[in-house]
Design a protein around this ligand. Structure first.
Ligand code: 5AD
Ligand code: SF4
Length: 427
């Protein structure tokens, strides 16, 4: 979502004369769009600000600096106190106000802070057209989260769950298609919770929205992320089974395989519920590849709990995954829970979990050898004469072909497979 937000910030700034540059040295304005999800991501902001300050002092005293995104939302004025180089702090729901903030900074040469929550106002105020590069684009359909998992900052930094109106989304998707985009990923922190009034006056969920976006000429591939097991209903599973433009790849995080830990995380589902859901999804779309998020070392996680997570991975089987050590986030319930897990135990569990997940990922890729996959060609590959694209399962795929194929969807027979990528030949 930060990628999407950064693009939209560029759209907001274009009318007042700003265009993206390749390096900070060329910039009149630097915006750090930040992530607060884990401590490591949040820490990077301050080290980056240190580098920017040095550059500003040495080479470009008139350069302005903004911190946007969820670290800005969570830490607000504290950022300006810790890093006086910062002129503007703006949360994820206020980036449409950037031109006004820049004007204020230039007029007063003071600092400006904007951290209100008004998702609807934001989307209403954004430019109607986007300036996209490439053939695959994100489109935000929903923002915020009401789930309050006890480890997670999102409900605090992104605010309550809000869905964008159907017509606004369709207009944006049409605009993307007109710019040559072939693949759209509908995004939201809890995208399955999408609901809004459809053109027929009835309440639409994500399934209806997907079917509608699929009608747009030029859009040949649709994805959506991130799902929550609690909100993935039968209507959506039906669409997964029936809509050919929807790619056979689903990111459905479970976080832990232990019911005790799932309860402590306030996930509101059990491992059995998740397993049944996966069985239904696989029945509807047998070729679907699964991806998941996992956290090890949540407070109270014993070796036996961790083994339940390993068992879950073995039983379900993932084609790709994201796995993390639990990171204490200030202000979340998890931060004050007893029985925090020591760092070395978390590290050991992460290594064991990743060994299994990475093996599954490699096995999945190897299972594709000999098969012909449709690949959306994104650009040139690393070697001369080579092209790079994405398979339906999002795997990076290299093959030889003419540059004229960039932006096309082509058939590639897979000949080699590693953990992270595939190599094939045009058919
Ligand atoms: N510690 C570790 N991982 C986290 N995630 C969210 N919050 C935390 C945290 N405090 C992970 C979850 C989520 C993904 C986006 O980030 O797995 O699904
Ligand atoms: Fe965070 Fe996702 Fe849980 Fe919402 S559902 S609180 S975004 S982990």
């Amino acid at each position: 979502m930060n990628v999407y937000d950064s693009e939209r910030m560029a759209d907001v700034l274009a009318p007042i004369g700003y265009a993206p540059v390749e390096t900070p040295d060329q910039a009149d304005l630097v915006i750090l769009n930040t992530c607060h999800i884990r401590e490591k991501a949040a820490e990077k902001v301050y080290s980056e600000l240190g580098r920017i300050r040095q550059h500003k002092e040495a080479n470009k005293p008139e350069m302005k600096v903004a911190v946007a995104g969820c670290v800005a939302q969570a830490e607000g004025a504290e950022i300006m106190r810790r890093a006086p180089v910062v002129d503007m702090v703006l949360g994820p729901q206020t980036y449409h106000k950037l031109p006004e903030m820049i004007a204020k900074v230039h007029r007063k040469s003071g600092e400006v802070l904007e951290t209100e929550f008004d998702t609807i106002e934001k989307f209403d105020s954004l430019p109607k057209t986007r300036n996209v590069k490439g053939f695959s684009a994100f489109l935000t359909v929903q923002e915020g989260c009401d789930k309050f998992c006890t480890f997670c900052v999102v409900p605090y930094t992104r605010g309550a769950e809000v869905s964008r109106p159907v017509d606004q989304i369709v207009m944006e998707a049409r605009d993307l298609a007109a710019q040559g985009v072939r693949e759209i990923t509908l995004i939201g922190q809890n995208v399955d919770a999408y609901h809004a009034e459809g053109p027929d006056g009835s309440e639409w969920g994500l399934g209806e929205l997907i079917r509608h976006v699929a009608l747009i000429g030029g859009i040949d591939r649709i994805r959506f992320t991130t799902s929550h097991p609690r909100d993935m209903d039968d209507a959506l599973i039906k669409v997964i089974g029936e809509e050919p433009k929807l790619m056979p790849y689903l990111h459905l995080p479970i976080q832990s395989g232990s019911n005790k830990i799932l309860r402590a995380m306030n996930r509101d589902h059990t491992y059995d519920h998740y397993k049944q859901l996966i069985a239904k999804i696989r029945a509807a779309r047998p070729e679907i590849a699964l991806s998941g998020d996992f956290i090890v070392g949540f407070p109270g996680e014993t070796e036996a709990d961790f083994e339940q997570t390993m068992k879950c991975v073995e039983e379900i089987g993932y084609a790709s995954s994201f796995s993390f050590k639990y990171s204490i986030r200030p202000g979340t319930p998890g931060a004050s829970m007893h029985r925090q897990v020591p760092e070395d135990v978390k590290q050991d569990r992460l290594v064991r979990l990743q060994a299994l997940l990475y093996k599954q990922q490699e096995d999945h890729n190897k299972s594709l050898i000999g098969k012909t996959l449709s690949v959306l060609v994104e650009g040139k590959g690393r070697k001369g004469g080579q092209l790079f694209g994405r398979s339906p399962y999002l795997t990076g795929t290299h093959f030889d072909g003419p540059e004229a194929l960039i932006g096309q969807i082509v058939d590639v027979r897979i000949e080699e497979a590693g953990r992270n990528s595939l190599v094939g030949v045009l058919v």
